[in-house]
Design a protein around this ligand. Structure first.
Ligand SMILES: [Zn+2]
Length: 164
């Protein structure tokens, strides 16, 4: 599937200011404070899966435990960690199949000073991205964010969700 969306550069300063001054955005989502509930791909009693509101790729999906945990390894037992990874596996395959990715990138960032709640990035690399724009470059904000209409985001979330 071929998509041609424009890109824009969000106000990163405002975004990071929000991360550092507002309550955890993932905990807020878990509590039902969600701007776009239709962007939720999947949820159960332990995890929330949703499309990133600032997608740098078509199908850019985040997987988070519902409980507020900050250390990506140390705040989980081995079993809890592996349970989460089982879901990351399912989500990654669902995204890969839905958008026809050439390769999948999985990573987790976060900061103890803001954006602390553990979340995994499940990021498709579409075919034909030049070599120089792959890997770390594909994860960066420098190329901007895709302007995906909200109706398309909702449809994409549903289509990925059906595959999980
Ligand atoms: Zn949280």
């Amino acid at each position: 599937m071929e998509h041609h969306f424009g890109r824009y550069h969000p106000d990163m300063e405002a975004m990071h200011h929000g991360f550092q001054t507002q309550p955890c955005f993932i905990c807020r989502m878990v509590e039902g404070d969600v701007w776009f509930p239709e962007n939720i791909v999947y949820e159960d009693d332990r995890v929330l899966v949703f499309l990133d509101g600032y997608p740098r790729a078509y199908g850019y999906t985040l997987v988070a435990p519902k409980e507020h945990r900050e250390q990506v390894i140390g705040d989980f037992t081995v079993d809890e960690y592996l349970d989460l990874q089982r879901l990351v596996y399912r989500v990654s395959e669902a995204v890969r199949e839905e958008v026809g990715a050439e390769r999948m990138y999985l990573y987790t960032f976060g900061s103890n000073q803001g954006n602390a709640h553990v979340h995994w990035h499940v990021v498709p690399l579409p075919p034909s991205v030049p070599y120089e724009e792959q890997q770390g470059a594909w994860a960066s904000w420098s190329m901007g964010v895709l302007e995906i209409p909200q109706q398309e985001m909702a449809s994409l979330a549903a289509r990925i969700g059906w595959r999980i």
